[in-house]
Ligand binder design. Structure first.
Ligand SMILES: [Zn+2]
Length: 352
């Protein structure tokens, strides 16, 4: 019996790369100098990920500005002042707002995938941002001569292209980052916003065949920036039945950081459909303490009493640094946690 195990995506960038990003922003170094350091960080990250023994790796998102903004980075038709995401520790992140149409991605995620695949013979997974997160860019008071309907059409085409290019470029699988799912319940307890997000994401998933959707997954978490969350106070039980309505093959869910694990497992058991696989987070990315393989194994053994083993996998609770400038977690801690995940998952498989 093998239990599949996968990363979520991001690994903390090395200090020299974070410094170089701010040096580039203030014009102290050239674009070429930044590229050189980015290439070095990517190579070091892929090598270190391979050394953890992880059967599936990512590019560590070393060259993404953030998990959410990579497709719009550098776009000329954006203004400041979009949706604000407040985190528990008091800090915020703010999205830009679309000032004029048409909406177009500046960059597709297969760029990152192809770079990583050149450096490793391991299967490489690619994370992409959800259509629902990008839908937050359209201003509530509209845009002259560019209706919300036109925007949604453009958005779905671009998000489809983003995923399809990754599938066609040899991604082991593609993960849609849907961190705003739990946040949506906090912003709108009636769940209308969440249902709108799920409907939009299902419109996107409907553009792929059943076979393709087996390689497409959804990541949901309460947020993980500067070791702080945006929606951990929202009851997971309110989200899970809705989440599994998504027509995706794989679900990558925060689990290690959840307090009431038994009730989470019961909810997953009653919501999981045939043909869907749930990858449970077995490492808490917000806590610097490194899990032991035994701890990881016992989480999975417990999970297997609720979830059929052929529908079970493991992952980290979230990316380790979804935003490029996040220095809250040391790289060595991230790699040690991944190693514990890999060993602990093998241990659980040997027991089950
Ligand atoms: Zn996450």
């Amino acid at each position: 019996m093998i239990i599949p195990t996968e990363p979520i995506g991001s690994i903390p960038r090395p200090a020299y790369l974070i410094d170089a990003l701010s040096d580039r922003a203030s014009g102290r170094i050239t674009e070429e100098a930044l590229k050189e350091l980015s290439r070095r960080a990517l190579k070091e990250t892929v090598t270190a990920l391979e050394q953890t023994g992880s059967p599936v790796i990512s590019d560590g998102e070393q060259t993404k500005p953030s998990f959410a903004t990579y497709p719009i980075h550098g776009a000329q038709n954006l203004s400041a002042g979009g949706v604000v995401i407040p985190f528990k520790d008091g800090h915020t992140r703010q999205l830009p707002v679309l000032a004029s149409g048409p909406f177009k991605y500046q960059r597709y995620a297969d760029d990152y995938l192809r770079e990583a695949r050149l450096l490793s013979s391991r299967p490489v997974k690619q994370a992409v941002i959800s259509a629902s997160a990008m839908s937050l860019l359209y201003p509530s008071d509209g845009i002259p001569n560019y209706s919300r309907e036109q925007f949604v059409n453009d958005l779905l085409s671009e998000a489809e292209k983003d995923i399809r290019r990754c599938l066609d470029s040899g991604a082991y699988n593609v993960q849609i980052d849907f961190t705003e799912a739990r946040l949506a319940i906090k912003l709108d307890p009636s769940k209308s916003l969440l249902k709108m997000f799920i409907d939009l994401n299902n419109q996107l998933l409907g553009r792929f065949t059943v076979q393709e959707r087996k390689r497409i997954g959804i990541h949901s978490c309460p947020g993980g920036d500067h070791d702080s969350t945006h929606s951990a106070d929202v009851d997971y039980g309110d989200l899970l039945p809705e989440l599994f309505q998504l027509e995706a093959g794989n679900f990558y869910l925060t689990f290690a950081g959840e307090k009431d694990k038994t009730s989470v497992l019961k909810q997953i058991k009653s919501s999981l459909k045939t043909g869907q696989r749930v990858f449970l987070g077995v490492t808490d990315v917000l806590n610097p303490r490194i899990e032991t393989p035994e701890e990881v194994s016992s989480l999975l053994v417990q999970a297997a009493t609720y979830i059929p083993i052929d529908q079970l996998g493991s992952c980290d609770d979230c990316g380790f640094s979804p935003f490029a400038d996040d220095r809250s977690t040391a790289r060595e801690i991230a790699f040690s946690k991944i190693k514990a995940r890999v060993l602990g998952t093998q241990l659980a498989a040997s027991k089950l």
